[in-house]
Design a protein around this ligand. Structure first.
Ligand code: XBP
Ligand code: MG
Length: 253
């Protein structure tokens, strides 16, 4: 088998979208709906264990506002989440969320090397489109053969459904791919689908369990900004490029 495709998570991996994007959008939506709810960063750190904005809202109501009354909690969560998504897309459209270190470079290099690209994320597809279009240009959406996002599968991460969906669409074996993730939910999902992970941590996930990852890094690095190897295989160069990935793949996949 050979390395044929790179599959990227979005939130926390392609970009640090949570604090200045999703969290801000949730709170602006609550305010617009005249709800006296405010998620601070400490609470959001906990709520992020629940993948998926709609489920996160329902989890919050059940655990923090059990007295909250509405006709139908599913419809309420869906409508609130739709408003949050609109706000988030506007935030991303205003250029508020940059790509993480090394991401744009690696995507360019991977394409030049003929590696196939895809996305496997819990977030809503509109969020993915906005992020890619506003950081890499709308044409960059075509770089990804499959954008597996949000509700296109029955079970969200940590279930493996979204990665399995992407593999099926690409007609690839899990052993022909590497996944790029940032969280425990993410590595569980990729691992359930049989895909080995390259992890880049962030403020919300740096204490997560990444057992089974090939490497855990602080970010993907740049030639003049080497990554910090937190755990896993020591390999050169000390920034993630295609040669680095092919060496990791040859040794550990
Ligand atoms: C992270 C998530 C998402 C985002 C919010 O997704 O769990 O729910 O926090 O986006 P991933 P939505 O790391 O898989 O990209 O509100 O659209 O769910
Ligand atoms: Mg993520």
């Amino acid at each position: 088998m050979a390395l044929k495709a790179l599959i990227f998570d979005v939130d926390g991996t392609l970009a640090n979208t949570e604090r200045d994007g999703h969290l801000l959008a949730f709170n602006l939506a609550f305010k617009e709906l005249n709800l006296d709810w405010h998620w601070n960063n400490e609470l959001y750190h906990k709520l992020l264990d629940i993948a998926g904005g709609k489920l996160r809202i329902k989890h919050y109501i059940k655990n923090y506002h059990s007295d909250f009354e509405c006709d139908n909690i599913d419809i309420f969560a869906k409508n609130t989440h739709a408003l949050k998504t609109k706000i988030y897309v506007d935030l991303v459209g205003a250029g508020k969320i940059p790509l993480r270190t090394g991401v744009a470079r690696l995507l360019d290099e991977a394409r030049a090397a003929g590696l196939r690209l895809a996305i496997a994320t819990t977030t809503t597809e509109a969020n993915v489109t906005a992020l890619i279009a506003n950081t890499l240009g709308r044409d960059a959406l075509d770089w990804f053969e499959v954008i597996g996002a949000g509700d296109c599968v029955a079970k969200l991460k940590p279930a493996g459904d979204i990665y399995t969906y992407v593999l099926q669409k690409m007609q690839l074996n899990s052993s022909e791919c590497l996944a790029f993730e940032d969280s425990n939910n993410g590595i569980k999902s990729a691992t359930e689908a049989g895909i080995k992970c390259v992890i880049s941590v962030n403020e919300y996930t740096n204490s997560h369990n990444f057992d089974g990852a090939i490497v855990v890094l602080n970010n993907l690095g740049e030639p003049n900004q080497p990554f910090t190897l937190i755990a896993g295989a020591d390999c050169q160069p000390n920034y993630v490029n295609v040669d680095y990935l092919k060496r990791l793949y040859a040794k550990y996949c």
